[in-house]
Design a protein around this ligand. Structure first.
Ligand code: LLP
Length: 421
């Protein structure tokens, strides 16, 4: 459930008409709902309330400072995957002990920065990385808390580009190798093993792959404990999917996910960490765009919007479906017709939907892409020298611009000319 609903025939973000925001800020514009962000965070928090836990928001999904601060103030930890994300978490006031550092290619500078600023744990993804963390921590005279990310070789049954838990993926170390890697970790200076990490993919709509992976983690916990390691923390990654269509999709709820975690791992007495991104931010954001032209093609009609693939790349990159709805609700029983919904970028891939049934729309009408809060704005680029879409956060009847639209001058002035020009 989210807080973007029609009232008296027009779409609202909480208590603010979406059209008012577009009038004030222009289009395209990303709009986020505070209530939805908090609701989703709390659903996870409550789903794990049966034991000690920390919900570490995977900020790769949406990393605006205002979003991070909203969640951090509610008690969220953060999952970061780069020095930039680590700096964002700190800037939003998240203490180091609530930041987990994931990612397969942490650089020496990133590791050093996190050890200086404080980190809950590094999720180690390879032996070379483990040795580098050991070397840096030792040279700084500190102890780095670590888990090893294991690859359980489980099919997450999701889009190939966002599955991570099969042996052919680049992530983690094969679970069969875990004992020897943990033995090396225990022997290296500057490291303290605190637990195990696993993440099998994103937009999972079935709990079974999670259950299979967590069962393997439970077995591994027993084995590693018998080997003398202290396994007190299990980081279970993110990945729970969201409904992208209103009508026919009902992915499992956080409470059902939490029950699977309890069933598979509850007996181990470990602190549980999870790293959800999409489920917290996805349905907490919409992308609002304006119709530039309605174009009649041969055998098909096009709705040409002022948003494009550079603003929301998910349809082009993952064939993702986003519901696209008019901001002014169509009258009940109004006729609909199929449209190809496209952006202005000079590529055929700049297509959001083909043959989508839409009510009659004309130049200047606003539409909203639903479920665009996660992996929307953060994956945007300035391709075609199109300005990054501004972001707005709504809370009850208030809204604030949390990232302004850059001017063309801002964009051009980021370049610099060499002396010879
Ligand atoms: N933890 C790790 C280690 C991850 O790699 C990811 C996502 C997450 C947590 C959060 O997963 P979530 O709860 O959001 O599913 N750009 C793609 C999604 C990429 C996900 C990458 N990793 C998309 O737009 O669908």
């Amino acid at each position: 459930m989210d807080h973007f609903l029609y009232r008296d025939g027009q779409l609202y973000a909480e208590d603010v008409p979406v059209a008012d925001i577009a009038a004030a800020v222009g289009s395209p514009v990303y709009i986020y709902s505070t209530a939805t962000l908090l609701r989703h965070f709390r659903l996870f928090d409550e789903a794990l309330a049966w034991g000690p836990h920390l919900v570490c928001y995977a900020m790769k999904a949406a990393s605006n400072q205002a979003i991070l601060k909203t969640l951090a103030e509610a008690g969220a930890g953060m999952d970061v995957v780069s020095g930039g994300e680590y700096a964002r978490a700190k800037a939003a006031g998240v203490p180091g002990e609530r930041i987990v550092f994931s990612g397969i290619g942490k650089t020496r500078d990133e590791i050093r920065a996190a050890l200086i600023g404080g980190v809950r744990q590094f999720n180690i993804e390879s032996e070379p990385e483990m040795r580098v963390i050991s070397e840096i921590a030792s040279s700084m005279g500190v102890i780095a808390p670590v888990t090893v990310r294991v690859n359980p070789d489980v099919d997450a049954k999701t889009h190939a580009k966002i599955a991570t838990g099969k042996s052919e993926n680049k992530f983690g170390i094969p679970i069969a190798k875990a004992r020897s890697v943990y033995a090396e970790a225990a022997a290296l200076p500057g490291l303290k093993v605190v637990g195990i990490d696993v993440h099998i993919g994103s937009q999972l709509t079935d709990l079974e792959p999670f259950a299979m992976a967590y069962r393997k983690v439970a077995e591994l916990t027993e084995v590693l404990r018998a080997d003398g390691h202290e396994i007190s923390r299990l980081d279970l990654g993110g990945g729970l999917g969201i409904p992208y269509t209103r009508s026919n999709e009902a992915p499992p709820l956080p409470v059902e996910y939490g029950a699977v975690v309890q069933r598979e791992l509850g007996h181990l007495g470990c602190e549980i960490e999870i790293e959800p991104g999409r489920l917290i931010a996805g349905n907490a954001g919409i992308l609002v765009s304006k119709v530039i032209y309605v174009k009649e093609g041969e055998g098909r009609n096009f709705l040409i919007l002022d948003a494009a693939m550079n603003d929301l790349i998910r349809p082009a990159m993952y064939d993702a479906h986003h519901d696209i709805v008019p901001v002014i609700e169509a009258k009940a029983g109004a006729e609909q017709a199929p449209f190809d919904i496209v952006g202005p970028v000079c590529e055929s891939g700049d297509t959001f939907a083909k043959g989508r049934m839409m009510p009659a729309l004309g130049e200047g009408d606003l539409v909203a892409f639903r479920s665009a809060g996660a992996y929307g704005s953060v994956m945007a680029s300035e391709y075609n020298t199109r300005a990054l879409v501004p972001e707005v956060l709504v809370r009850d009847d208030q809204f604030a611009v949390i990232r302004p639209r850059p001017s063309f001058e801002d964009m051009i002035n980021r370049d610099s000319l060499p002396e010879w020009l």
